[in-house]
Write a protein that binds this ligand. Structure first.
Ligand code: NAP
Ligand code: HSE
Length: 433
Protein backbone atom coordinates (compact mmCIF):
# COMPACT_ATOMS: atom_id res chain seq x y z
CA UNK A 1 0.00 0.00 0.00
CA UNK A 2 1.40 3.46 -0.89
CA UNK A 3 2.09 5.65 2.13
CA UNK A 4 -0.03 8.81 2.44
CA UNK A 5 1.81 11.89 3.70
CA UNK A 6 -0.38 13.72 6.28
CA UNK A 7 0.85 17.21 7.26
CA UNK A 8 -0.51 18.04 10.74
CA UNK A 9 -0.37 21.12 12.97
CA UNK A 10 -0.31 21.72 16.70
CA UNK A 11 -1.85 24.64 18.57
CA UNK A 12 0.66 24.81 21.45
CA UNK A 13 4.13 23.33 21.82
CA UNK A 14 4.49 23.08 25.60
CA UNK A 15 4.60 19.99 27.86
CA UNK A 16 2.03 18.08 25.77
CA UNK A 17 2.65 19.63 22.33
CA UNK A 18 6.40 18.92 22.29
CA UNK A 19 5.68 15.35 23.44
CA UNK A 20 3.17 14.87 20.58
CA UNK A 21 5.81 15.96 18.05
CA UNK A 22 8.30 13.60 19.66
CA UNK A 23 5.91 10.62 19.62
CA UNK A 24 4.91 11.28 16.00
CA UNK A 25 8.52 11.47 14.81
CA UNK A 26 9.85 8.58 16.88
CA UNK A 27 6.92 6.30 15.98
CA UNK A 28 6.31 7.38 12.39
CA UNK A 29 7.07 3.90 11.04
CA UNK A 30 4.70 2.19 13.49
CA UNK A 31 1.91 4.63 12.65
CA UNK A 32 2.50 4.13 8.94
CA UNK A 33 2.35 0.35 9.37
CA UNK A 34 -0.93 0.63 11.29
CA UNK A 35 -2.70 3.21 9.13
CA UNK A 36 -0.81 3.63 5.87
CA UNK A 37 -0.39 7.31 6.81
CA UNK A 38 2.75 9.22 7.78
CA UNK A 39 1.84 12.05 10.18
CA UNK A 40 4.29 14.98 10.08
CA UNK A 41 4.12 18.15 12.21
CA UNK A 42 4.52 21.06 9.79
CA UNK A 43 3.26 23.94 11.99
CA UNK A 44 2.96 24.63 15.72
CA UNK A 45 1.39 27.76 17.15
CA UNK A 46 3.14 29.26 20.21
CA UNK A 47 3.35 32.59 22.01
CA UNK A 48 7.14 32.84 21.90
CA UNK A 49 8.91 31.11 19.00
CA UNK A 50 12.35 31.72 20.56
CA UNK A 51 11.72 29.76 23.77
CA UNK A 52 13.73 26.55 24.35
CA UNK A 53 11.57 23.43 23.85
CA UNK A 54 11.49 19.97 25.46
CA UNK A 55 11.80 18.41 21.98
CA UNK A 56 13.26 20.51 19.20
CA UNK A 57 10.77 21.12 16.39
CA UNK A 58 11.92 20.99 12.74
CA UNK A 59 13.18 24.37 11.46
CA UNK A 60 10.37 26.76 10.52
CA UNK A 61 7.63 24.79 12.32
CA UNK A 62 6.97 27.26 15.15
CA UNK A 63 4.76 30.22 14.37
CA UNK A 64 2.99 32.90 16.37
CA UNK A 65 0.38 33.49 13.64
CA UNK A 66 -2.72 31.28 13.74
CA UNK A 67 -3.43 32.07 10.07
CA UNK A 68 -0.37 29.95 9.17
CA UNK A 69 -2.32 26.93 10.42
CA UNK A 70 -5.87 27.88 9.45
CA UNK A 71 -5.08 29.01 5.92
CA UNK A 72 -2.68 26.24 4.92
CA UNK A 73 -4.79 23.88 2.78
CA UNK A 74 -2.19 21.12 3.05
CA UNK A 75 -2.75 20.76 6.84
CA UNK A 76 -5.11 17.82 7.19
CA UNK A 77 -5.45 17.55 10.97
CA UNK A 78 -4.80 19.78 13.99
CA UNK A 79 -4.17 19.01 17.69
CA UNK A 80 -5.15 21.75 20.14
CA UNK A 81 -2.76 21.47 23.09
CA UNK A 82 -2.58 25.10 24.19
CA UNK A 83 -5.25 25.08 26.95
CA UNK A 84 -7.62 27.81 28.17
CA UNK A 85 -10.94 28.85 26.67
CA UNK A 86 -9.84 31.76 24.49
CA UNK A 87 -8.28 31.87 21.97
CA UNK A 88 -8.50 28.05 21.86
CA UNK A 89 -12.29 28.06 21.35
CA UNK A 90 -12.16 30.51 18.45
CA UNK A 91 -9.28 28.68 16.81
CA UNK A 92 -10.95 25.26 17.09
CA UNK A 93 -14.20 26.63 15.64
CA UNK A 94 -12.31 28.26 12.76
CA UNK A 95 -10.47 25.01 12.03
CA UNK A 96 -13.63 22.88 12.11
CA UNK A 97 -15.40 25.36 9.82
CA UNK A 98 -12.39 25.19 7.49
CA UNK A 99 -12.99 21.42 7.30
CA UNK A 100 -10.00 20.37 9.42
CA UNK A 101 -10.53 17.59 11.99
CA UNK A 102 -9.37 18.59 15.48
CA UNK A 103 -8.03 16.61 18.43
CA UNK A 104 -7.93 18.39 21.80
CA UNK A 105 -6.52 17.75 25.27
CA UNK A 106 -8.45 20.72 26.66
CA UNK A 107 -10.99 19.52 29.24
CA UNK A 108 -12.23 23.01 30.13
CA UNK A 109 -12.97 23.76 26.48
CA UNK A 110 -14.99 20.56 26.02
CA UNK A 111 -16.71 20.76 29.41
CA UNK A 112 -17.74 24.39 28.89
CA UNK A 113 -18.26 24.76 25.13
CA UNK A 114 -19.32 21.40 23.71
CA UNK A 115 -22.70 22.96 22.82
CA UNK A 116 -20.93 25.06 20.17
CA UNK A 117 -18.11 22.71 19.24
CA UNK A 118 -19.96 19.43 18.65
CA UNK A 119 -22.51 21.01 16.26
CA UNK A 120 -19.73 22.89 14.44
CA UNK A 121 -17.89 19.61 13.86
CA UNK A 122 -21.10 17.92 12.72
CA UNK A 123 -21.99 20.78 10.37
CA UNK A 124 -18.53 20.63 8.80
CA UNK A 125 -18.60 16.82 8.63
CA UNK A 126 -15.26 16.51 10.43
CA UNK A 127 -14.25 14.83 13.66
CA UNK A 128 -13.57 16.51 16.99
CA UNK A 129 -11.90 14.04 19.35
CA UNK A 130 -10.91 14.68 22.97
CA UNK A 131 -9.55 11.49 24.54
CA UNK A 132 -6.57 13.31 26.07
CA UNK A 133 -8.86 15.74 27.90
CA UNK A 134 -9.77 13.07 30.50
CA UNK A 135 -7.25 10.94 32.40
CA UNK A 136 -4.34 11.44 29.96
CA UNK A 137 -3.13 7.98 28.89
CA UNK A 138 -6.27 6.05 29.95
CA UNK A 139 -8.50 5.46 26.87
CA UNK A 140 -11.72 5.93 28.84
CA UNK A 141 -13.61 7.99 26.24
CA UNK A 142 -12.99 5.38 23.59
CA UNK A 143 -14.09 2.62 25.97
CA UNK A 144 -17.31 4.49 26.86
CA UNK A 145 -18.15 5.56 23.30
CA UNK A 146 -17.27 2.37 21.53
CA UNK A 147 -16.72 -0.66 23.77
CA UNK A 148 -19.52 0.08 26.28
CA UNK A 149 -22.06 1.67 23.95
CA UNK A 150 -24.83 -0.77 25.00
CA UNK A 151 -23.82 -1.23 28.62
CA UNK A 152 -26.17 1.29 30.34
CA UNK A 153 -23.43 2.76 32.48
CA UNK A 154 -25.14 4.46 35.43
CA UNK A 155 -22.25 5.32 37.70
CA UNK A 156 -18.78 6.68 37.06
CA UNK A 157 -16.49 6.96 40.03
CA UNK A 158 -12.94 8.10 39.73
CA UNK A 159 -9.75 9.78 40.67
CA UNK A 160 -9.38 12.05 37.66
CA UNK A 161 -6.80 14.63 38.66
CA UNK A 162 -3.16 13.62 38.78
CA UNK A 163 -1.84 16.71 40.55
CA UNK A 164 -4.10 16.42 43.60
CA UNK A 165 -3.63 12.66 43.83
CA UNK A 166 0.12 13.25 43.70
CA UNK A 167 -0.14 15.89 46.46
CA UNK A 168 -2.29 13.66 48.70
CA UNK A 169 0.04 10.69 48.18
CA UNK A 170 3.06 12.82 49.07
CA UNK A 171 1.26 14.23 52.14
CA UNK A 172 0.58 10.65 53.31
CA UNK A 173 4.34 10.11 53.13
CA UNK A 174 4.88 13.20 55.32
CA UNK A 175 5.58 15.92 52.72
CA UNK A 176 3.97 19.34 52.92
CA UNK A 177 1.11 20.41 50.67
CA UNK A 178 3.19 23.29 49.26
CA UNK A 179 6.27 21.12 48.58
CA UNK A 180 4.20 18.45 46.84
CA UNK A 181 2.40 21.05 44.69
CA UNK A 182 5.64 22.62 43.45
CA UNK A 183 7.01 19.17 42.61
CA UNK A 184 3.81 18.41 40.62
CA UNK A 185 4.34 21.68 38.72
CA UNK A 186 7.97 20.83 38.04
CA UNK A 187 6.98 17.40 36.69
CA UNK A 188 4.47 18.99 34.25
CA UNK A 189 1.32 17.49 35.84
CA UNK A 190 -0.27 20.74 36.98
CA UNK A 191 -2.32 23.12 34.84
CA UNK A 192 -0.81 26.48 33.82
CA UNK A 193 -2.90 27.84 36.73
CA UNK A 194 -2.66 25.10 39.39
CA UNK A 195 -5.70 26.54 41.18
CA UNK A 196 -7.72 24.59 38.61
CA UNK A 197 -6.21 21.38 39.98
CA UNK A 198 -6.37 22.02 43.72
CA UNK A 199 -9.83 23.66 43.63
CA UNK A 200 -11.35 20.61 41.92
CA UNK A 201 -12.24 22.57 38.74
CA UNK A 202 -10.03 20.37 36.55
CA UNK A 203 -11.56 17.17 37.94
CA UNK A 204 -15.06 18.67 37.63
CA UNK A 205 -14.52 19.38 33.92
CA UNK A 206 -13.40 15.78 33.43
CA UNK A 207 -16.44 14.43 35.30
CA UNK A 208 -18.70 16.61 33.12
CA UNK A 209 -17.16 15.04 30.01
CA UNK A 210 -17.37 11.50 31.40
CA UNK A 211 -21.01 11.98 32.48
CA UNK A 212 -21.90 13.40 29.06
CA UNK A 213 -20.48 10.39 27.27
CA UNK A 214 -21.65 7.78 29.80
CA UNK A 215 -25.24 9.02 30.14
CA UNK A 216 -25.77 10.47 26.65
CA UNK A 217 -26.91 13.84 28.00
CA UNK A 218 -25.00 17.11 27.98
CA UNK A 219 -23.41 17.73 31.39
CA UNK A 220 -21.32 20.89 31.59
CA UNK A 221 -18.84 22.22 34.13
CA UNK A 222 -21.66 24.34 35.58
CA UNK A 223 -23.63 21.16 36.39
CA UNK A 224 -20.86 19.69 38.55
CA UNK A 225 -20.62 20.64 42.23
CA UNK A 226 -16.97 20.67 43.17
CA UNK A 227 -14.68 21.17 46.09
CA UNK A 228 -10.89 20.78 46.08
CA UNK A 229 -8.22 19.73 48.52
CA UNK A 230 -7.32 23.15 49.91
CA UNK A 231 -9.01 22.40 53.27
CA UNK A 232 -7.29 19.03 53.72
CA UNK A 233 -4.78 19.20 56.57
CA UNK A 234 -2.35 16.51 57.77
CA UNK A 235 -4.82 15.77 60.63
CA UNK A 236 -7.37 14.49 58.09
CA UNK A 237 -4.79 12.15 56.60
CA UNK A 238 -3.69 10.79 59.99
CA UNK A 239 -7.30 10.19 61.11
CA UNK A 240 -8.13 8.51 57.79
CA UNK A 241 -5.21 6.14 58.21
CA UNK A 242 -6.38 5.25 61.74
CA UNK A 243 -9.84 4.53 60.33
CA UNK A 244 -8.34 2.25 57.68
CA UNK A 245 -8.99 4.74 54.87
CA UNK A 246 -7.17 7.17 52.57
CA UNK A 247 -8.09 10.75 51.65
CA UNK A 248 -8.67 11.03 47.88
CA UNK A 249 -10.20 13.66 45.60
CA UNK A 250 -13.07 11.64 44.13
CA UNK A 251 -15.32 12.42 41.18
CA UNK A 252 -18.74 10.78 41.07
CA UNK A 253 -21.37 10.88 38.35
CA UNK A 254 -24.59 9.01 39.00
CA UNK A 255 -27.66 8.41 36.85
CA UNK A 256 -30.52 7.54 39.20
CA UNK A 257 -34.26 7.61 38.57
CA UNK A 258 -33.78 9.52 35.31
CA UNK A 259 -31.74 12.27 36.98
CA UNK A 260 -28.05 12.97 36.91
CA UNK A 261 -25.74 14.00 39.73
CA UNK A 262 -22.10 14.87 39.17
CA UNK A 263 -19.71 16.06 41.84
CA UNK A 264 -16.09 16.22 42.94
CA UNK A 265 -14.99 16.38 46.56
CA UNK A 266 -12.35 15.00 48.85
CA UNK A 267 -13.51 11.72 50.36
CA UNK A 268 -12.29 9.04 52.73
CA UNK A 269 -11.80 5.87 50.68
CA UNK A 270 -11.77 2.52 52.42
CA UNK A 271 -8.32 0.87 52.13
CA UNK A 272 -9.96 -2.21 50.58
CA UNK A 273 -11.58 -0.16 47.80
CA UNK A 274 -9.62 -0.21 44.51
CA UNK A 275 -9.48 3.59 44.39
CA UNK A 276 -7.52 3.69 47.66
CA UNK A 277 -4.52 2.06 45.99
CA UNK A 278 -4.30 4.63 43.16
CA UNK A 279 -1.18 6.60 43.96
CA UNK A 280 0.85 9.54 42.69
CA UNK A 281 -0.19 11.09 39.37
CA UNK A 282 -2.12 7.95 38.44
CA UNK A 283 -5.85 8.17 37.75
CA UNK A 284 -8.54 5.50 37.82
CA UNK A 285 -12.10 5.40 36.55
CA UNK A 286 -14.61 2.83 37.75
CA UNK A 287 -17.58 2.30 35.44
CA UNK A 288 -20.68 0.54 36.76
CA UNK A 289 -23.45 -0.61 34.46
CA UNK A 290 -26.21 -3.18 34.10
CA UNK A 291 -24.44 -5.58 31.78
CA UNK A 292 -20.82 -4.87 32.68
CA UNK A 293 -21.31 -4.84 36.49
CA UNK A 294 -18.04 -2.99 37.10
CA UNK A 295 -14.95 -2.13 35.08
CA UNK A 296 -11.99 -0.16 36.38
CA UNK A 297 -9.41 1.53 34.19
CA UNK A 298 -6.25 2.79 35.84
CA UNK A 299 -3.15 4.49 34.48
CA UNK A 300 -1.13 7.70 34.23
CA UNK A 301 -3.49 10.67 34.51
CA UNK A 302 -1.07 13.49 33.77
CA UNK A 303 2.29 14.19 32.17
CA UNK A 304 3.49 15.26 28.74
CA UNK A 305 4.27 11.96 27.05
CA UNK A 306 1.35 10.18 28.75
CA UNK A 307 -1.12 12.77 27.49
CA UNK A 308 0.55 12.91 24.08
CA UNK A 309 -0.09 9.17 23.67
CA UNK A 310 -3.83 9.85 23.82
CA UNK A 311 -3.53 12.81 21.42
CA UNK A 312 -1.67 10.63 18.92
CA UNK A 313 -4.20 7.80 19.39
CA UNK A 314 -7.00 10.22 18.44
CA UNK A 315 -5.03 11.39 15.40
CA UNK A 316 -4.54 7.78 14.35
CA UNK A 317 -8.27 7.12 14.82
CA UNK A 318 -9.06 10.05 12.54
CA UNK A 319 -6.78 9.04 9.70
CA UNK A 320 -7.69 5.40 10.23
CA UNK A 321 -11.47 5.98 10.34
CA UNK A 322 -11.77 8.70 7.69
CA UNK A 323 -15.09 8.37 5.89
CA UNK A 324 -16.44 5.72 8.25
CA UNK A 325 -19.27 7.88 9.60
CA UNK A 326 -17.95 8.39 13.16
CA UNK A 327 -20.37 10.93 14.63
CA UNK A 328 -19.30 14.04 16.51
CA UNK A 329 -22.37 14.73 18.63
CA UNK A 330 -23.73 11.28 19.30
CA UNK A 331 -22.82 11.70 22.97
CA UNK A 332 -25.77 14.03 23.56
CA UNK A 333 -29.18 12.59 22.80
CA UNK A 334 -31.39 13.45 25.75
CA UNK A 335 -31.90 16.00 28.52
CA UNK A 336 -31.83 14.89 32.17
CA UNK A 337 -32.86 16.93 35.19
CA UNK A 338 -30.23 17.56 37.87
CA UNK A 339 -30.70 15.62 41.13
CA UNK A 340 -31.65 18.22 43.78
CA UNK A 341 -28.73 19.13 46.07
CA UNK A 342 -28.71 17.11 49.28
CA UNK A 343 -30.55 14.07 47.93
CA UNK A 344 -27.52 11.95 47.03
CA UNK A 345 -26.94 9.34 49.76
CA UNK A 346 -23.51 8.30 50.99
CA UNK A 347 -21.77 7.33 54.20
CA UNK A 348 -20.00 10.40 55.58
CA UNK A 349 -17.00 11.14 57.74
CA UNK A 350 -17.47 14.04 60.18
CA UNK A 351 -14.77 15.85 62.13
CA UNK A 352 -16.12 17.80 65.09
CA UNK A 353 -14.03 19.65 67.69
CA UNK A 354 -15.70 19.73 71.12
CA UNK A 355 -15.17 20.23 74.85
CA UNK A 356 -13.86 17.02 76.43
CA UNK A 357 -16.44 16.44 79.19
CA UNK A 358 -19.36 14.24 80.15
CA UNK A 359 -22.53 14.53 78.07
CA UNK A 360 -20.98 16.14 74.98
CA UNK A 361 -20.98 12.95 72.94
CA UNK A 362 -24.63 12.36 73.82
CA UNK A 363 -25.57 15.85 72.56
CA UNK A 364 -23.75 15.26 69.28
CA UNK A 365 -25.42 11.84 68.87
CA UNK A 366 -28.85 13.36 69.60
CA UNK A 367 -28.43 15.97 66.84
CA UNK A 368 -27.41 13.29 64.36
CA UNK A 369 -30.33 11.05 65.36
CA UNK A 370 -32.78 13.95 65.07
CA UNK A 371 -31.95 14.08 61.34
CA UNK A 372 -32.02 10.30 60.90
CA UNK A 373 -28.23 10.04 60.65
CA UNK A 374 -26.90 6.83 62.17
CA UNK A 375 -23.31 6.44 63.44
CA UNK A 376 -21.27 3.47 62.14
CA UNK A 377 -17.89 4.24 63.73
CA UNK A 378 -16.40 6.78 66.10
CA UNK A 379 -12.93 7.67 67.31
CA UNK A 380 -11.80 10.47 69.58
CA UNK A 381 -8.48 12.32 69.67
CA UNK A 382 -7.35 14.55 72.51
CA UNK A 383 -6.69 18.20 71.61
CA UNK A 384 -5.35 21.12 73.63
CA UNK A 385 -8.51 22.44 75.33
CA UNK A 386 -10.84 19.70 74.12
CA UNK A 387 -11.15 16.73 71.78
CA UNK A 388 -11.80 15.98 68.12
CA UNK A 389 -14.52 13.47 67.27
CA UNK A 390 -14.14 11.49 64.03
CA UNK A 391 -17.50 9.99 63.11
CA UNK A 392 -18.29 7.70 60.19
CA UNK A 393 -22.03 7.56 59.48
CA UNK A 394 -24.13 4.91 57.78
CA UNK A 395 -25.49 5.90 54.37
CA UNK A 396 -27.52 9.13 54.69
CA UNK A 397 -28.67 11.98 52.41
CA UNK A 398 -26.10 14.79 52.22
CA UNK A 399 -28.81 17.32 53.16
CA UNK A 400 -29.67 15.47 56.40
CA UNK A 401 -26.01 15.22 57.41
CA UNK A 402 -25.49 18.92 56.62
CA UNK A 403 -28.54 19.86 58.71
CA UNK A 404 -27.32 17.74 61.65
CA UNK A 405 -23.87 19.35 61.41
CA UNK A 406 -25.54 22.78 61.37
CA UNK A 407 -27.25 21.93 64.68
CA UNK A 408 -24.02 20.49 66.12
CA UNK A 409 -22.15 23.67 65.17
CA UNK A 410 -24.64 25.62 67.35
CA UNK A 411 -23.98 23.52 70.48
CA UNK A 412 -22.12 25.57 73.13
CA UNK A 413 -19.58 22.73 73.52
CA UNK A 414 -18.66 22.68 69.80
CA UNK A 415 -15.50 24.52 68.70
CA UNK A 416 -15.27 25.99 65.18
CA UNK A 417 -17.05 24.56 62.15
CA UNK A 418 -17.33 20.76 61.79
CA UNK A 419 -16.22 19.30 58.45
CA UNK A 420 -17.88 16.60 56.32
CA UNK A 421 -16.34 14.35 53.68
CA UNK A 422 -18.05 11.57 51.74
CA UNK A 423 -16.80 8.05 52.48
CA UNK A 424 -16.25 5.69 49.57
CA UNK A 425 -16.41 2.13 50.78
CA UNK A 426 -19.07 0.18 48.93
CA UNK A 427 -18.49 -1.53 45.60
CA UNK A 428 -22.16 -2.17 44.89
CA UNK A 429 -24.14 -1.15 41.86
CA UNK A 430 -26.69 0.84 43.84
CA UNK A 431 -28.36 3.09 41.30
CA UNK A 432 -30.08 2.29 38.07
CA UNK A 433 -31.21 4.93 35.58
P1 NAP B 1 1.83 24.24 28.56
O1 NAP B 1 3.07 23.46 28.83
O2 NAP B 1 1.57 25.48 29.32
O3 NAP B 1 1.83 24.55 26.98
C1 NAP B 1 0.91 25.42 26.38
C2 NAP B 1 1.40 25.74 24.98
O4 NAP B 1 0.40 26.53 24.32
C3 NAP B 1 2.70 26.54 24.96
O5 NAP B 1 3.51 26.12 23.88
C4 NAP B 1 2.22 27.97 24.72
O6 NAP B 1 3.15 28.76 23.98
C5 NAP B 1 1.00 27.75 23.86
N1 NAP B 1 0.00 28.81 24.06
C6 NAP B 1 -0.72 29.04 25.17
N2 NAP B 1 -1.52 30.11 24.97
C7 NAP B 1 -1.28 30.54 23.72
C8 NAP B 1 -1.78 31.61 22.93
N3 NAP B 1 -2.70 32.45 23.39
N4 NAP B 1 -1.32 31.75 21.66
C9 NAP B 1 -0.37 30.90 21.17
N5 NAP B 1 0.13 29.87 21.87
C10 NAP B 1 -0.30 29.70 23.13
O7 NAP B 1 0.53 23.34 28.77
P2 NAP B 1 0.43 21.73 28.69
O8 NAP B 1 0.72 21.16 30.03
O9 NAP B 1 1.13 21.25 27.50
O10 NAP B 1 -1.18 21.56 28.52
C11 NAP B 1 -1.77 21.81 27.27
C12 NAP B 1 -3.22 21.30 27.30
O11 NAP B 1 -3.21 19.91 27.60
C13 NAP B 1 -4.10 21.94 28.38
O12 NAP B 1 -5.43 22.03 27.87
C14 NAP B 1 -4.07 20.92 29.52
O13 NAP B 1 -5.23 20.96 30.33
C15 NAP B 1 -4.04 19.65 28.73
N6 NAP B 1 -3.51 18.51 29.46
C16 NAP B 1 -2.29 18.60 30.06
C17 NAP B 1 -1.78 17.50 30.74
C18 NAP B 1 -0.46 17.55 31.45
O14 NAP B 1 -0.16 16.60 32.20
N7 NAP B 1 0.37 18.56 31.25
C19 NAP B 1 -2.52 16.32 30.79
C20 NAP B 1 -3.76 16.25 30.13
C21 NAP B 1 -4.24 17.37 29.47
P3 NAP B 1 4.60 29.15 24.61
O15 NAP B 1 5.31 27.84 24.76
O16 NAP B 1 5.25 30.03 23.62
O17 NAP B 1 4.30 29.79 25.91
N1 HSE C 1 -3.49 19.00 35.52
C1 HSE C 1 -4.11 17.77 35.14
C2 HSE C 1 -3.96 16.75 36.27
C3 HSE C 1 -3.48 17.25 33.88
O1 HSE C 1 -3.15 16.98 37.17
O2 HSE C 1 -4.64 15.74 36.25
C4 HSE C 1 -4.24 16.13 33.26
O3 HSE C 1 -5.47 16.55 32.75
Amino acid sequence: MASVDVPVALLGYGTVGAAVDRLLSENADDIERATGHRLRVVRALVRDARKERGFAPAPGVLTTDFADVRDDPSIALVAEVMGGIEPARGHVLDLLRAGKPVVTANKQLIAQRSDELFPAASAAGVQLRFEASVCAAIPVIKVLREALVVSSVHRVLGIVNGTTNYILTRMEAGDTYEGALSEAQRLGFAEADPTEDVSGADAAAKMAILATIAFGSRVTLADVDFEGIERIVPGHIVAARELGMAVKLVGQATLAGGAVDARVAPALVDRHHPLAGVEGAFNAVMLQGDSIREIMLEGPGAGGIETASAVVADMVSIVGTQGTGFLQNDAVWRTLRKLPPGELESPYYLRIEVDDRAGVLAHVAERLAAHGVSVARLIQHGLAGGASLHVVTHEAPAGAVEAALGDIALLPETHGTPTRLAVISDRGVAAAG
